[in-house]
Design a protein around this ligand. Sequence first.
Ligand SMILES: NC(=O)C1=CN([C@@H]2O[C@H](COP(=O)(O)OP(=O)(O)OC[C@H]3O[C@@H](n4cnc5c(N)ncnc54)[C@H](OP(=O)(O)O)[C@@H]3O)[C@@H](O)[C@H]2O)C=CC1
Length: 403
Amino acid sequence: MSAFARSIHRQKTNSPLQSNMSAWVIDEYGNNGVLRFTEEATAPSISSGDDVLIRVHAASLNPIDIAMRAGYGSILLKLRRDLMSLGQNASEFPIILGRDVSGVVVDCGSGVTHFTPGDEVWAAVPPWKQGSLAELVSLSEYEVSHKPSSLSHTEAASVPYVASTALSALVNAGGLGRDNCADKRVLIIGASGGVGTFSIQLLKAWGAHVTVTCSHNAEGLVRGVGADDVVDYTAGDVAAELGRLEKFDVVLDNVGGGSEHWAPDLLKAWSGAKYVTLVTPLLANTDSMGLLEGGVRSGLALSQVAVKNMCNGVFYRWGFYAPDGPVLDDVSRLVDTGKILPVVEATFPFAQVPLAFQKLEGGHARGKTVISVNQEAQEGMAGTEGVEENTSEAGGDGAKELN
Ligand SMILES: NC(=O)C1=CN([C@@H]2O[C@H](COP(=O)(O)OP(=O)(O)OC[C@H]3O[C@@H](n4cnc5c(N)ncnc54)[C@H](OP(=O)(O)O)[C@@H]3O)[C@@H](O)[C@H]2O)C=CC1
């Protein structure tokens, strides 16, 4: 019996009582070569009353997986892991990457009230926890949510991390919500990837007017998921082109760099308008300068640019992913009522995780790259071959339905 067949057999028996599991791990930071498949990864177990143990059916990749594979955030994330292990000085490696999970609950801690074994769930796995490129993942109850019943596991796994990030950025930093968007104009810079395609749909569900930037061959995709105005950033001076449009209430920047300098000028001054960027120097600074200096430098940089923008009448904010199961419950309702659909660009079998990393690393995402961890159980078929790519102009099956 092959390693993958043994792993699938364990998945079918659905027993939480196993000490080892199949997983893709890294034992050092580096390029794709550091990804290693093993059947001997330590399986998570219920260690506290609010733990939920999930058998992973599908996972997906995010830019942070590429970055973490290379060591991004290692200092801050190690500190967080050490705090979680209560000073037991847990070893840094092996690390399991993968921030999205859709799967089935196999065991719960004594204090868990919302989930029971057999429930289908989805969640975004915090970067300081062992990830979802594995048979099992353990999360706390607060991080988990019931999966939308209208989605397959493969579709569901494309949503949680980008949804948690977009909601945290748009609501907590951008001040937007379902009740105040009707008269709002929002600009999304870099809208053709995971965060962008989700944010467009969320903002349209809330009634906002959404303008986006993307490259020309992504226009069909972003219009398919609801974008009102589309500006091709490859066609010329994107800042000048956007400057000809009516000003915005919120800018969500998924690209960073140069846009940080011109995008705040596109906001309505002195009206509470906010520029929110997801591209922040915090983890890179703590990696290169250490916790204290990196943290202080980042704080200073943030306050400097925030004050400068405040003088021009706009707010400047950093947006971050935040774990939040109840927020995913709301997203689940929007999905089940057809307001938000998954945008899956490609699906890779568990055996081909390195190829999925390679695809994501190539850039130009058009939605999400998903890993089918338990494909046989989902489809009742043997074998793990075959990468599926959605090559339609709209990008994914869900997006096509929106057209
Ligand atoms: N702070 C936080 O907690 C988090 C931060 N992030 C960050 O947010 C960003 C977006 O994440 P995600 O959507 O998942 O990333 P993706 O890789 O899925 O998408 C990025 C998209 O941006 C497009 N793009 C690249 N350059 C530009 C440009 N100059 N103008 C407009 N579009 C551009 C790319 O397509 P193309 O190149 O073909 O144009 C691609 O479609 C990433 O940088 C990620 O690291 C994400 C999650 C959490």
